[in-house]
Design a protein around this ligand. Sequence first.
Ligand code: DAH
Length: 369
Amino acid sequence: MSDIEVIKKEIEEQIAKAEDAKALDDVRVLALGKKGRVTELLKTLGAMPMEERIEFGKKINVVKAELETLIANKKQELETKLLNEKLKKEVIDVTLPCRPEVQGRIHPVSKVYEEIVAIFAEMGFSVAEGPDIEDQFHNFNALNMPPNHPARQMQDTFYINSDATKEFDMDTACVVRTHTSGVQIRTMEKQQPPIRIIAPGRTYRSDYDATHTPMFHQVEGLVIDKKTTMADLKGCLYDFMKAFFEVDDLPVRYRPSYFPFTEPSAEMDIGCLKTKEELKIGAGTDWLEVLGCGMVHPNVLRAGGIDPDEYQGFAFGMGTDRLAMLKYGIPDLRTFFESDIRWIKYYGFTPLDFSSMTSGLSNNGGLAR
Ligand code: DAH
């Protein structure tokens, strides 16, 4: 047997014997490393006559490639063995009951979010997202609110300096979005009609009392197609409210309103009965405002790159914390964000009760209390 064959055989035996990744790597270094036995052989090539050099060089390279394959296979084998041992050791008995005292709760904001997505998904909407820190173009300008437009004062905006190394500059400042309406524009920029999206997310305004917090949640909706009308808007939102509040004969009404990004604009109210003790959603003599909506203004379509002579549509926006307060009888919005464990135990939901249109939305039994 030639030298090289002896060396090969020895290395093959060492590879076969290696018991773990470290041992295998040591073998690799000793064989193929900078000062390895095979590498050393390569170095002897220089002193050989041409013919022999070619012949021997080929041989070494073949051996080298074979050893590399052997090492790679062994590595794989060791990894599989290790994984199997680990899997055998880390057995989890999934049939064990959970411990109710350590079980977490789903926050009403998350619960309501799930419910809203479930209802709109059934109607063929998909979920779109946009950034919390928004530029003024998407939060205002493109929504038909150019600088100095009086409607900008409707919202108590938090502005952010867009360049921390310079003086605050109102023209280039960003905002933490005051509403989710900017996602309308971001969607139009990316997608041609037909469009049917909802955009849930966090929103921010400088406001603080029992029904306002500086951070709150909204869901925006946008539908654009060739023949989408105000009747579609009314039907869609009526179906949504009935499904959300789980009241079949829910009275609703639309009042004329003003939003810069819609024309005409409306606000939607649902019927309810307010007494000193309770608020009952459904037939009654009182009304509760639940959302703003309207037909998308042609300027907004244009800003999103859509031709208003060809397409039209409707949009709506609602405060989802407020919907959670109404549906689950939670009196103070500020408590939503205080992270009080007693509060979440009382108002939260059990994690296994997810919302769907077929198995039930809120599963009132799912209320933790
Ligand atoms: N962006 C409005 C707000 O925050 C809500 C809204 C009203 C959104 C009407 C809309 C709409 O898309 O059409 O008060």
